[in-house]
Write a protein that binds this ligand. Structure first.
Ligand code: PAF
Length: 291
């Protein structure tokens, strides 16, 4: 289909304008779903919009590259920004509204409040990226307060982020339902990510091995193998394939992220990895046994 069939997507840049739109929909009895993103949208994001459309009459996507979740040495300035293309893609999947605030709108000069969720943020990516999850929790709490959605949709690729957001919503009695959507993958299993574009063609060929190594280790652990031995074998395979550094490759409880030594089929568990390949830091996770 040609894009001219799709009306251009309305864009708002202030919380006040967003609220006004949402208030009108709610007055008509329509439910509102929010899909928070940092833009550079790919098919994984579009699958979140599609899931949101099944949950609510109206779907708002936010695109905001959130400075507070990047450490000074990370890729905040290099992070891909392509608002016009994002708006075009969102219109094609019949998103109703794009909320694209400026940094000043989100963080006025005297902004001082930080949301910190505690234990589930201190491990895995949180241990390697201090402050990252405080930045995510703070901006997501703000987005929830600005949009007042009935439901908010997040990808399972960032399982620790999803776990943290569920905990924040529960702890702070936020009136929003959180929906997690399974990871959208390329044909070779690579989890879709805006950061995959940092990979060279040779690195892209290697990148699919992350998912395969996790799947192999998950299968061993599901059959009763000790989690540490299975994880170490997978990490070694990734090093041999060309991954420069493995931040972690570990089996954890799926709900509280506590370490798992031998899987107890009565508890959901997942295997998690973050590994560096060229300029990209790739993350992925898979369930142990059936999800
Ligand atoms: O997952 C992301 O893209 C970001 O962490 C989020 C949830 C949009 C907050 O900036």
């Amino acid at each position: 289909m040609v894009d001219s069939v799709f009306a251009p997507l309305p864009i708002v840049r202030t919380a006040a304008d967003l609220r006004a739109k949402v208030r009108r929909w709610r007055a008509e009895g329509e439910r509102v779903a929010l899909v928070p993103t940092m833009g550079a949208l790919h098919d994984g994001h579009l699958s979140l919009i599609e899931a949101a459309r099944r949950e609510a009459e109206r779907v708002v996507a936010s695109v905001f590259v959130n400075p507070t979740q990047f450490a000074p040495h990370e890729d905040f300035s290099a992070y891909p920004r392509q608002e016009a293309e994002d708006a075009r893609l969102l219109a094609r999947v019949e998103c109703d509204l794009l909320y694209a605030p400026t940094v000043q709108e989100m963080y006025p000069v005297d902004f001082a409040t930080i949301v910190s969720v505690g234990e589930v943020t201190e491990t895995l990516c949180g241990a390697k990226r201090p402050g990252h999850f405080d930045g995510v929790a703070t901006v997501v709490a703000k987005l929830f307060n600005q949009a007042l959605p009935d439901v908010a949709v997040f990808g399972e690729k960032d399982w620790q982020q999803l776990t943290m957001i569920r905990r924040m919503v529960r702890d702070l009695d936020m009136p929003v339902r959180i929906l997690g959507v399974p990871t959208f993958r390329e044909a070779d299993g690579l989890a879709m990510s805006s950061r995959n574009r940092y990979l060279t063609p040779e690195e892209r060929r290697i990148a699919g091995k992350l998912n395969k190594a996790l799947a192999g280790a998950a299968a061993y652990v599901a059959r009763g193998a000790p989690a540490e031995a299975a994880s170490e074998a997978a990490a070694q395979a990734l090093r041999e394939a060309g991954f420069a550094k493995i931040d972690y490759l570990e089996v954890r409880d799926a709900e509280n992220l506590a370490p798992v030594k031998v899987w107890d089929p009565a508890r959901p568990a997942r295997i998690f990895a973050a590994a560096h390949l060229g300029k990209a830091r790739l993350i992925d996770n898979l369930p142990i046994g059936s999800p």
